[in-house]
Design a binder for this molecule. Sequence first.
Ligand SMILES: Nc1ncnc2c1ncn2[C@@H]1O[C@H](COP(=O)(O)OP(=O)(O)OP(=O)(O)O)[C@@H](O)[C@H]1O
Ligand SMILES: [Mg+2]
Length: 320
Amino acid sequence: MLEVRNLSLSVSIQGNRVEAVSGVSLQLEPGRVLGLVGESGCGKSLTAQAILRLGEFQGVEKSSGDILLDGESLFEMSDEQLRRTRGGHVAMVFQEPMTALNPVFSIGSQIIEVIRLHLDLSKQQARQRAIDLLNDVGMQNTEQLLKQYPDSLSGGMRQRVLIAMAMAADPDYIIADEPTTALDVSVQKRIIALLLNLQKKRGLGLLLVTHDFGLVAEMCDDVAVMYAGQIVESGPVKEIFDHPSHPYTRALMGCRPEVSQSGGSLPVIGGQVPPPGRWPTGCHFAPRCALADASCAAPVATDAWHEGRHTARCVHGEAR
Ligand SMILES: Nc1ncnc2c1ncn2[C@@H]1O[C@H](COP(=O)(O)OP(=O)(O)OP(=O)(O)O)[C@@H](O)[C@H]1O
Ligand SMILES: [Mg+2]
């Protein structure tokens, strides 16, 4: 299991260190798809990148919590263990396929390099594996493709190449941060189908970062809803779709259930996500929430409302 446990991260904004991710917990199990969903600026990418300790290159620091891979802390791993973990056990698929590929090396040399970094294969064997992987992700003329450079491919093809690279060392987990956002709608569907197909075939644990609740419904087993650095609701997808409990989740899903106390319906989500350093002391969503009252001014526990594995960080969580 890959577990993010009570993780808090700080970033530097105008010379000050401020909290940008606050007490986030996630559990990613083999064979399951977990969606991490929320508006832009909620801290989804910071969280996703922290899983491989990639944010540290951009001044992101862990202030508390832990990340455990099969019980072992990523923060206690040696550089060598961490190198093997990145790509070997846990691989990433990024939003913008061009930035993740090096324009001056051929597709073949980049895939073969990743394969040989993690697997003890000869150059010839690695080349064959690269061809097999490219076939697996639905590419054609793969022998020829190995000699091509990233800029000669379409966005969708580049993302397929990146997915092939992510699969290179047979990882157990894939972290996909908005893997289709930069692609045309028709291509998006095919890439998502490909990811899901590989996930099932290989029994991978997949963390899918997205702002699209429709995609969550289609792809995920579980979902964690993130707002202003915190997980505000989490649980099995079906549960949350049938009974969304946090007003932010309901707003994101676009449902407007009758709210008994006020007698009205939830308005369209107005306002913006507050940036790190500007969060309210109590519930982070309160300034935008139709249900907010004095009780929302105090910090809210992650499971202020819960039913089985379904939890919501809302004192009005039962008002659904
Ligand atoms: N390295 C950094 N230094 C300073 N601030 C950062 C850094 N990385 C992210 N932030 C800020 O932290 C907040 C969360 O950023 P993050 O990229 O995690 O959001 P996100 O949920 O992935 O949004 P999007 O949907 O737009 O990708 C944003 O306000 C962002 O500006
Ligand atoms: Mg992001």
